[in-house]
Design a protein around this ligand. Structure first.
Ligand code: UT7
Length: 324
């Protein structure tokens, strides 16, 4: 028997305020047509004044616990994937832990930008497989609106705020691909490309928070290649073909990246969960937001094979193959 990390529940939270492309046209030198054609984005949610990443993460965590039929007492690990923490320290995860009323367990943040959720899933899965945790809240939560340069049309139209969460719990499996739970995770980083997508601030370098800087078209090229490669790696590791996958839940950066990756892998578009049109790029939150949407509307069903894949600043990229 092997230990598997089963997905017990999913949840998400989006700030109430929606900002459409038309609204941005009034303050930024851009057009709805350009944004839709180049990225597929039509609107994004933006956190209210005073609404922080931990607020979003807490709401998503509560929803995931309710969906799992579990309480915070059952959880002994919280990992928040975020690049926009409430504070430089302590971890946003520790704030979530306190708000959930937990006085035990371990809580920390993980920073892999847009790949943060996949990295957090891999980390929690390894804690569970090692017997170091029994049940984990894995959260992706971001308020990218706070680190955008609203005068840089090349970035500010692309991002949004939100949070998603998954409850993972330890379960016994046979070690086959028929098991429910995470089958494998695959992570990569390549720090040589950090200046293609980074924030020009930080406590140690500039003493400021800084803003997102991106060479979009260069990131785009790497994104399709890296994501297709890591998905191939995940399939090969499990002896599976792309035709075995029921649902791909990709990081939502750009509809053209999603479609380009799907094409490279010969995965039909109708087996891909897409939220980028309504959520824009919510970095580490985008995958759990999309996952929660597709589970809650009944598209993703128990027993189906799902593939999560992401690519982000660093560069970081990764995939997580699971049977829901
Ligand atoms: O989340 C993880 C990582 N992030 C990504 O994966 C994002 C990857 N990159 C992308 O999604 C795309 O590269 C973008 C959507 C950012 C840009 O699309 P593109 O087709 O690569 O456009 P581009 O950057 O090559 O820019 C084309 C033109 C430029 O004008 P010129 O130089 O051709 O005259 C830009 O100045 O579009 C201009 N432009 C805009 N025009 C209107 C850039 N941003 C805007 C804008 N509105 N918001």
């Amino acid at each position: 028997m092997v230990i598997r990390s089963q997905i017990a529940g999913v949840g998400s939270y989006l700030p109430a305020r929606i900002v459409t492309n038309q609204e941005l046209e009034r303050s930024v030198d851009t057009t709805d047509a350009w944004i839709v054609e180049r990225s597929g984005i039509r609107q994004r949610h933006i956190a209210a004044e005073g609404e922080t990443t931990s607020d979003l993460a807490f709401e998503a965590a509560k929803a995931a616990l309710a969906h799992a039929g579990m309480t915070a007492d059952d959880i002994d690990l919280i990992i928040v994937g975020t690049a926009t923490p409430d504070h430089t320290f302590p971890a946003t995860a520790a704030k979530v832990q306190a708000r959930l009323g937990m006085t035990k367990g371990v809580a920390f943040d993980l920073q892999a930008v847009c790949s943060g959720f996949v990295f957090a899933m891999a980390t929690a899965d390894n804690f569970i497989k090692a017997g170091q945790a029994k049940a984990a809240l894995v959260i992706g939560a971001e308020t990218f609106s706070r680190i955008l340069d609203w005068n840089d049309r090349g970035t500010c139209v692309l991002f949004g705020d939100g949070a998603g969460a998954v409850v993972l719990k330890s379960a016994q499996g046979q070690g086959t691909t028929a098991d429910q739970g995470i089958l494998s995770t695959h992570l990569h980083s390549d720090g040589r490309h950090y200046d293609l997508l980074y924030v020009d601030g930080g406590p140690s370098s500039t003493k400021t928070t800084g803003h997102v800087r991106m060479k979009g078209n260069e990131v785009f090229r790497h994104a399709v290649v890296n994501m297709a490669e890591v998905v191939g790696e995940a399939l090969a590791a499990n002896g599976l073909q792309s035709t075995d996958i029921d649902w791909v839940v990709p990081h939502q950066a750009n509809i053209r990246i999603l479609e380009g990756t799907a094409r490279k892998l010969a995965i039909p578009k109708d087996r891909m969960v897409v939220t980028v049109d309504r959520h824009a790029n919510t970095s580490a939150a985008s995958i759990p937001l999309a996952l929660a949407e597709a589970v809650n509307d009944g598209r993703i069903k128990r027993g189906q094979l799902i593939l999560l894949e992401a690519m982000g600043g660093g560069f970081t990229w990764g995939a997580c193959l699971a049977r829901y």
